[in-house]
Design a protein around this ligand. Structure first.
Ligand code: GLA
Length: 332
């Protein structure tokens, strides 16, 4: 019996920065996906407690994007990338809400990869998961989700450098509580809008060079107003990640909260990935005494909000308990 587990993630700050090699500050969640079963045969067969149907994927699968049902493409993407020597029959269980912007797909991919015998080096695992996601969904995602799930450290946020792929764990102090609150809005348009935003960032980079190194003056020199706003989000968001790490290290919840509010504003106005529902949820949370700040987290267009609060402030959502990263629980 082989069992593997991989967490979802919440991104505390630093969204839409990974695909231009910038900075992010996620944490791996205590919630995740477990894959358990027996290796053997030449087909991977997995059923799930959360979604109907089964993933039935031959180990020599050619095109993961054609597999049905849709969720099985994530399994197929991993099989196509990993090329395991033998199949696997088992079950998937998850306590992570699906499609809520907490990286349920990255968590599934990494748990499947480990169950099928992938090595447990976090960086290699994250890269494998990212390639699997590209093949399965066609969405040109960055590496934030997979690296956060692979490299989680209990009690810590993770400063990710998406150019070097270095991971620097930053302790979350007891005076700061992070809470994930679902908006109830399923993410929509995320694939095409994500690709379009990423393309806009790349167009801006053709004008001013890597956004990671761009200055405010570089951004101001972009004449196209849409590209200028997209670039301004990325440049200011990268800066906010560094300031958020300083605030976490200083256990300064108010400062961290202010940065989250600025991040939400930037994602809403400059990057235009918020929705009226997300904006209303952020505004409602900010009105609660003890909430220092809140922002949409992840790709946007629905999903969850992350709030920074004094401990015990909110009676909704999930308190973030940063967890260890993806691992095999047992293999015999
Ligand atoms: C999605 C992608 C990530 C990242 C975020 C936005 O979660 O999968 O790579 O770009 O959106 O920060």
């Amino acid at each position: 019996m082989t069992t593997a587990w991989a967490p979802g993630r919440v991104n505390i700050i630093g969204d839409h920065t990974d695909h231009t090699g910038g900075w992010c500050l996620p944490a791996a969640l205590g919630l995740g996906t477990t894959v358990t079963g027996e290796p053997g045969g030449d087909v991977v067969v997995l059923t799930s407690d959360a979604v109907p149907g089964a993933a039935v994927v031959p180990i020599d699968i050619e095109d993961p994007a054609t597999v049905e049902p849709g969720w099985a493409r994530y399994v197929a993407g991993v099989v196509a990338e990993l090329r395991p020597a033998q199949g696997f029959t088992g079950t998937i269980t998850s306590d992570l809400p699906i499609g809520a912007g907490l990286s349920s797909s990255a968590s599934l991919q990494l748990a499947v990869a480990l169950a099928l015998g992938a090595g447990d080096d976090p960086l290699a695992l994250a890269r494998l998961g990212q390639r699997a996601e590209h093949r399965a969904s066609g969405v040109p995602c960055g590496i934030l989700d997979q690296l956060a799930s692979a490299a989680g450290v209990a009690g810590h946020a993770l400063l990710l450098d998406c150019t070097t792929l270095a991971v620097d764990p930053v302790p979350v102090p007891p005076a700061i509580e992070l809470v994930v609150v679902p908006s109830g809005e399923q993410r929509t348009l995320v694939g095409s809008a994500y690709a379009e935003r990423r393309a806009a960032c790349e167009a801006a980079e053709r004008l001013v060079g890597p956004l990671r190194h761009a200055t405010d003056d570089d951004v101001a020199a972009i004449t196209d107003p849409v590209l200028r706003r997209r670039a301004r989000h990325v440049v200011t968001e990268n800066r906010r990640v560094g300031l958020a790490v300083d605030a976490l290290r200083a256990a300064d919840g108010r400062r961290l909260g202010t940065l989250l509010v600025e991040s939400h504003r930037s994602l809403a106005h400059d990057f235009e990935v918020s929705t009226p529902t997300l904006d209303a949820l952020v505004a409602r949370l900010l009105a609660v005494p003890g909430v220092h700040g809140a922002r949409l987290t992840g790709a946007g267009f629905g999903g969850c909000v992350v709030a920074v609060t004094e401990p015990g402030t909110l009676a909704e959502g999930w308190v973030v308990r940063p967890s260890a990263g993806a691992h095999r629980v047992c293999a015999s």
